[in-house]
Design a protein around this ligand. Structure first.
Ligand SMILES: [Zn+2]
Length: 89
């Protein structure tokens, strides 16, 4: 079982090289039990995506933003209200 410190080391190693099967397994096991490191890893992964987007010459895309709104944005009520209102005019 990895300690939290070891997990952060595996996470940064992951950016430089593919992880071994053993490393991926212990990463997974630790993340299942440790919400702190789950958050940490999420931040690292997001940061890495942004960095890669920059490296590929793209500005930060809406990709991560739309991913976030997929999780929390279920409200379509106001939209249809607006449409109805427009039609009424
Ligand atoms: Zn941890």
């Amino acid at each position: 079982m990895l300690s939290c410190k070891e997990l952060t080391e595996v996470c940064s190693a992951e950016m430089e090289r593919p992880l071994t099967l053993g490393e991926r397994l212990s990463l997974r096991v630790h993340l299942m039990m440790c919400s702190g490191c789950t958050n940490y890893r999420q931040q690292v992964t997001t940061l890495r995506k942004v960095m890669q987007a920059y490296a590929h010459g793209n500005a930060v895309s809406d990709e991560s933003a739309s991913h976030d709104s997929d999780l929390g944005f279920t409200c379509s009520g106001p939209k249809s209200e607006i449409t109805l209102h427009d039609q009424g005019r």
